[in-house]
Write a new protein. Structure first.
Lengths: 81, 226
């Protein structure tokens, strides 16, 4: 099968969709081929994937420590519990 | 073998989700028939999501705390109108977004309403700024305060329209269509904004979360003190 080459600029415009598995099969094949040969785009892909992975982790963002307690007290007061 | 295990896990996860949804609907019914004291049990699993989404819009802890109180109170008052075919979590997040934007509009007047113009001005192709290789940072590194602070600073550096999409999609892991519905924009706009946000996040965190870049072979050079 012949895979038509794709430019770095085209890859960057699609890289987010690619990470979401939301690219057309033909585009996906072209991008996969591009990543094999372009270390810059592969670095962007890996770094972006790493960012997404980390921010989706519950430990990434802390809530103020007293939030739950003060919210419960406030709601109890408002709801007359 | 692995495929079979994955399929089994998916089935278990789906069954668990169905059971939790049923329990949640039963809880909502009890609250609607007068057991108000159960309301906190209903919302507490979503406190984090609601807080982070509101904070992504307001960027201020005191305002966010105030807005989520109002959002939860509004949810309680409107609970009988909740359509049980939709997800309670997304319904709550939607209320929080509306309340946060309302507060922002009241306090900052026109500044938040000019966001469409802001996007038009930024329209066009997206270019990453940094191409250096990136050593993968494992999730365990999130135990480090410096990394969490770097992530928060990077998110804060995004323009509001990119930040809200990024938080809904990548932090809260809502789907593209849910994100579009929540923000009242098209799915195409969500994808465009998400692309820009993700690449800007990567650029903002360069040169690597731990400040190490590959200098050739397997040698990494530290460029940041943490």
């Amino acid at each position: 099968m012949i895979i038509i080459e794709i430019s770095c600029v085209e890859v960057w415009q699609e890289i987010s969709n690619y990470l979401d598995g939301d690219t057309a099969p033909d585009m996906q094949r072209r991008m996969e081929e591009h990543f094999k040969n372009c270390e810059h785009c592969k670095a962007i892909l890996d770094g972006t994937r790493n960012v997404i992975h980390l921010v989706g982790d519950e430990r990434a963002f802390e809530l103020p420590q007293t939030l739950s307690k003060s919210l419960k007290i406030w709601l109890d007061g408002k709801l007359g519990n | 073998m692995q495929k079979k295990v994955t399929m089994q896990l998916t089935t278990v996860s789906s069954e668990l989700e169905t059971r939790l949804l049923k329990e949640e609907i039963a809880l909502i019914d009890r609250i609607c028939t007068g057991e108000k004291h159960l309301f906190y049990d209903l919302i507490s699993p979503y406190e984090r999501s609601v807080y982070l989404v509101a904070y992504s819009i307001l960027q201020n802890h005191a305002d966010t705390a105030e807005v989520i109180q109002q959002a939860f109170l509004k949810a309680f008052c409107d609970l009988t109108n909740f359509r049980k075919e939709s997800k309670f979590r997304t319904w709550l997040i939607q209320i929080a977004i509306n309340e946060a934007k309302l507060k922002l509009r009241k306090e900052r007047k026109a500044s938040y309403e000019s966001i469409d113009e802001q996007e038009q001005a930024n329209d066009g192709k997206v270019f990453p700024k940094d191409f250096a290789d990136w050593r993968e940072i494992p999730s365990e590194s999130l135990e480090r305060t410096e990394l969490r602070q770097a992530l928060q600073k990077a998110i804060a550096s995004l323009e509001p329209i990119y930040r809200e999409v990024f938080v809904l999609r990548d932090v809260e892991e809502l789907s593209i269509s849910e994100t579009a519905r929540m923000l009242g924009i098209s799915e195409a706009s969500v994808k465009t904004r998400l692309l820009r946000a993700r690449l800007q996040m990567r650029d903002a965190l360069a040169p690597g979360f731990d400040g190490a870049w590959r200098t050739g072979g397997n040698v990494w050079k530290k460029t940041r003190p943490w």
